[in-house]
Design a protein around this ligand. Structure first.
Ligand SMILES: Cc1cc2nc3c(=O)[nH]c(=O)nc-3n(C[C@H](O)[C@H](O)[C@H](O)COP(=O)(O)OP(=O)(O)OC[C@H]3O[C@@H](n4cnc5c(N)ncnc54)[C@H](O)[C@@H]3O)c2cc1C
Length: 462
């Protein structure tokens, strides 16, 4: 189990809340790994297929360097997943059948940090360059993983990123209290030392045209994420005080890093009653951020039912357990409600242009064949006071960009068209860091295969 800094202390700053696992704890916990004949954690749980039982065994016996090399065989950025992965592997751990799973994520945390401290993780530039050039649009985990793998294979890679600094949602979505941004900087420094070139503040398709990319590069990988935000088109939506969660989180991250001097007007939760709409991880990040900003109270409403405390019969092991999760941010102070639909944003009494309350209604769920549908509960309407509403209802898909008019739809790693590939959320829709990394690696393998077969180059000169 993770250990966290005390709430009274951590709520006053934006430093990471989770403590590095103690070796004594791991030496007991990793001893519970069964080294299963069929390791579901590795084969089914982990999208990267990390050889978790082997890593655990090496770490258990203090062979940390060997554990690291086993980890790096499949995972290019274990320092990211060690901090933010929901640990799909642990959901399929055999120990989790009757108790707590083996904490594979914490083992990854210990192994990867030792790797940096002891200098085992260092730049490994390719010995020879192939002469091939690839452009990657987007520097989130998918773009970074793809660039990493192509570069290690000797391809000259340029990453174009429209934002000021690399990392995608790692940097501008996930709060510092979950992921210290120095962890990203450390990795970017390594990649630059290995030869990857980063071009910031450049929107591929706009600042550099698709045609120019086509002339300069043998292939283009689009790793631009799935950032079309899901809105809540209810009456009163235009009132000041309702923000998209990612705008809100990114503003705070930019202040923390010194990229911005202060929050934009209306973005601070200080002294405000905050309502987060959407019960997922992004919503939880808003809860933690609002409490750090000094919100007077924080609530989080979700339209779906409250997940069960233990696996439902239709959700057996080794599937990912769809059970109730309480994050470190929830523990810091939050009133949570489920089965709540939002009907209307109401103006404040003192300023009719500003939000003052939200009208809601409870719903049940019909299960008469087909996908479950929300059914209003008669007489369940209620209103809550709210000065700041954060919309954390996820994303509907990739944005329309000059590179991808109409958005993208491609199988992860799949070629989209002539010398154009897609990876990560841009290809599969909104997902997880670990899946974005796995997609980036798979895409790189596809590009390399095409380059090696001469396909991409032949098409280039055609
Ligand atoms: C608030 C929040 C918290 C999250 N927390 C977690 C978590 O704890 N654990 C987890 O596993 N997942 C989490 N996720 C999901 C995870 O961050 C994403 O699934 C992942 O970042 C997707 O990676 P990506 O590389 O495909 O896209 P992104 O991270 O979205 O990166 C895309 C990048 O492309 C850039 N870009 C877009 N268009 C262009 C262009 N034309 N030219 C150049 N650059 C361009 C964007 O600026 C961006 O930097 C979270 C997401 C959010 C929003």
């Amino acid at each position: 189990m993770s250990e966290y800094r005390p709430i009274a202390e951590r709520i006053k700053d934006s430093r990471p809340v989770e403590l590095r696992p103690a070796p004594e704890y791991l030496s007991v916990e990793l001893g519970r790994c069964q080294d299963c004949g069929i390791p579901f954690c590795h084969a089914m749980g982990c999208p990267l297929h990390n050889v978790i039982p082997e890593i655990n065994l090496e770490a258990l016996h203090g062979r940390w360097e060997s554990a690291l090399y086993k980890l790096l065989e499949t995972s290019p950025f274990p320092e990211f997943t060690a901090r933010v992965c929901p640990a799909l592997c642990e959901g399929s751990c055999v120990q989790g059948l009757y108790g707590e799973p083996v904490p594979a994520r914490l083992a990854e945390y210990a192994v990867s940090e030792l790797g940096f401290e002891r200098g085992w993780i260092r730049p490994l530039p390719p010995l020879r360059r192939t002469g091939f050039r690839v452009a990657v649009a987007g520097s989130g985990p998918a773009g970074l993983a793809c660039a990493f793998a192509l570069n290690r294979a000797g391809v000259s890679v340029t990453v174009y990123e429209r934002d000021r600094r690399p990392g995608g949602f790692l940097r501008y979505g996930i709060p510092d209290f979950k992921l210290d941004k120095r962890v990203i900087d450390r990795r970017i420094d390594l990649m630059e030392a290995e030869g990857v070139r980063f071009r910031m503040n450049v929107e591929a398709g706009a600042d550099i045209s698709a045609r120019l990319i086509g002339d300069r590069y043998d292939a283009l990988v689009i790793a631009s994420g799935a950032r079309r935000k899901r809105d809540l088109p209810v009456p009163g939506r235009e009132l000041a005080g309702a923000l998209f969660a990612t705008d809100y989180l990114s503003a705070q991250n930019r202040v923390n890093s010194g990229e911005a001097d202060s929050l934009p007007p209306g973005f601070s939760a200080a002294g405000k009653r905050v309502l987060v709409i959407g019960g997922g991880d992004t919503g939880s990040d808003c809860v933690g951020t609002a409490n750090r900003q000094g919100a007077s109270e924080v609530s989080q409403f979700e339209i779906m039912p409250e997940p069960p405390a233990v696996r439902a019969p239709g959700n057996p092991w080794p599937q990912w357990p769809r059970t109730l999760r309480t994050s470190s941010s929830h523990e810091e102070g939050c009133r949570r409600r489920w089965n709540v639909d939002t009907l209307e944003f109401l103006p404040s009494d003192s300023d009719p242009s500003r939000l003052g309350a939200v009208r809601c209604r409870e719903v049940g769920w019909s299960s008469s064949g087909g996908p479950p549908k929300p059914v209003p509960r008669p007489g369940s309407e209620f209103a809550v006071r709210a000065d700041l509403v954060l919309l954390a209802m996820g994303f509907t898909g990739p944005e329309e960009t000059p590179l991808s008019p109409g958005g993208l739809a491609a199988p992860p790693g799949g070629a989209l068209g002539d010398r154009i590939y897609a990876a990560g959320d841009a290809a599969r829709g909104p997902s997880l860091v670990v899946r974005a990394i796995a997609d980036g690696l798979e895409c790189a393998a596809g590009v390399l295969a095409d380059l090696a077969s001469g396909g991409a180059v032949a098409r280039r000169s055609a």
